[in-house]
Design a protein around this ligand. Structure first.
Ligand code: NAD
Ligand code: DAU
Length: 353
């Protein structure tokens, strides 16, 4: 039996496919449009019998019909998305196209396929909607962390588009009975992350002796989770999660952005000291704040711990060490990313390339 993963050439989807197959999963069909964020080389070494990449768009109904009829997947794990908040502020439309319309098309095809299926396939089929803690909005310093019952309150075009997709997924469970499970995870980091996001951007800028741009006062808080902990949680949800439920996933690791960037600089100072003898921390530069910047995210992950026995295993310090080592050791992957598109993004967002 196979599962259909969407967006598997991206950061979390790619790590999920590697983890799923390494843990005994039989076959993965990966539907990915290969946007700027998709990288087929991350999975190129996987054997053909257990992995197939289909380059295409989740909005393409004809393609979806063909994939369902040929591969008869037993589950869908839906990662494909436009995922970067800053890009959504500059151009929200593609976020609506992919995260809302694309999710709707996938749900509709999944519903038609599941309704026609029979026996074990019908009984065990699952649609996993990969969402984010950002849909819950922003917390004050003393607010309790987000629970699964916290009302959605998205503050930027990215999180609004993810919230809309999640509402559709919820509606497909309640209206049609499609066995949907939604996960809401905090900030991920680790190997294969596109360097527009905070941690890989800071690592690569530091190594390139470029400024490390901190938005505003740098005291915004995120809860960091190493990506392999996220993918393990998703495997548990796929296997043991209850249809119609949502599960929050977090790292129990709230840090300010300044703390994160200073830790990266400290680790780099010992792993790859600068030739001029200075600390990488001297590259930290305050820049203008992100509009509508959410101040704090924090996750109450007690439900997934109690119901599915999930807890993160990798501490922030350990995960950051692994991440920095990965970017230092994978120059070919990194060089493949530092293309014209990436340089033009740095120019648009930071006025530097
Ligand atoms: P990413 O940007 O690294 O990857 C997205 C992938 O989706 C890319 O491979 C891209 O080519 C593909 N894609 C985009 N549009 C597509 C389309 N129309 N059809 C098919 N494929 C398409 O994203 P990521 O950081 O790996 O995030 C994956 C999912 O996890 C997203 O849904 C995101 O909202 C969610 N999430 C991310 C984080 C995080 O910290 N990165 C945390 C929680 C949840
Ligand atoms: O919380 C989960 C979300 O985490 C996911 O849903 C998103 O897909 C993912 O991109 C991430 O969103 P954030 O906006 O939190 O991540 P980002 O890496 O863009 O930024 C993390 C924090 O660092 C945020 O407070 C903004 C700040 N930042 C970011 C960049 C890129 C800077 O200060 N400077 C920067 O250059």
């Amino acid at each position: 039996m196979s599962i259909l993963v969407t967006g598997g050439c991206g950061f979390i989807g790619g790590n999920f496919i590697l983890d799923y197959l390494a843990s005994g999963g039989e076959k993965v069909i990966n539907l990915d449009l290969l946007t700027y964020a998709g990288n087929r080389s991350s999975l190129a070494h996987l054997p053909l019998g257990s992995y197939e990449l289909i380059r295409g768009d989740i909005r393409d109904q004809t393609l979806l019909e063909k994939i369902f009829s040929i591969h008869q997947p037993e589950a869908i794990v839906h990662f494909a998305a436009e995922s970067h908040v800053d890009r959504s502020i500059l151009g929200p439309e593609t976020f609506i196209e992919t995260n809302v319309l694309g999710t709707l098309r996938l749900l509709e095809m999944a519903k038609n396929y599941w309704k026609k299926s029979e026996g074990d396939l019908k009984e065990n089929f699952r649609y996993i909607q990969i969402s984010t803690d950002e849909v819950y909005g922003s917390l004050g310093p003393d607010d309790p962390p987000f629970k699964e019952t916290t009302p959605y309150s998205p503050n930027n075009p990215y999180s609004a588009s993810k919230a809309a997709g999640d509402h559709l997924a919820r509606a497909y469970f309640h209206t049609y009975g499609l066995p949907v499970i939604t996960s809401n995870c905090s900030n991920n980091y680790g190997p294969y992350q596109f360097p527009e996001k905070l941690i890989p951007l800071m690592i690569l800028n530091a190594l390139g002796d470029k400024p490390l741009p901190i938005y505003g006062d740098g005291l915004q808080i995120r809860d960091w989770l190493f990506v392999s902990d996220h993918t393990r949680a998703l495997r548990l949800i796929l296997k043991k999660g209850t249809p119609g439920q949502t599960y929050n996933i977090g790292g129990n690791s709230e840090k300010t952005n300044l703390e994160v960037v200073k830790t990266i600089c400290r680790l780099l100072d010992s792993k790859k000291p600068k030739e001029d003898g200075k600390s990488y921390a001297e590259l930290i530069t305050q820049v203008k704040d992100r509009p509508g910047h959410d101040r704090r995210y924090a996750i109450d992950a007690s439900k997934i711990k109690k119901e599915l026995g999930f807890e993160p295993k990798i501490s922030f310090e350990e995960g950051l060490n692994k991440t920095i080592d990965w970017y230092l050791d994978n120059k070919t992957w990194v060089d493949g990313i530092l293309t014209g598109e990436y340089r033009s993004w740095l120019d648009t967002q930071y006025g530097q390339s």
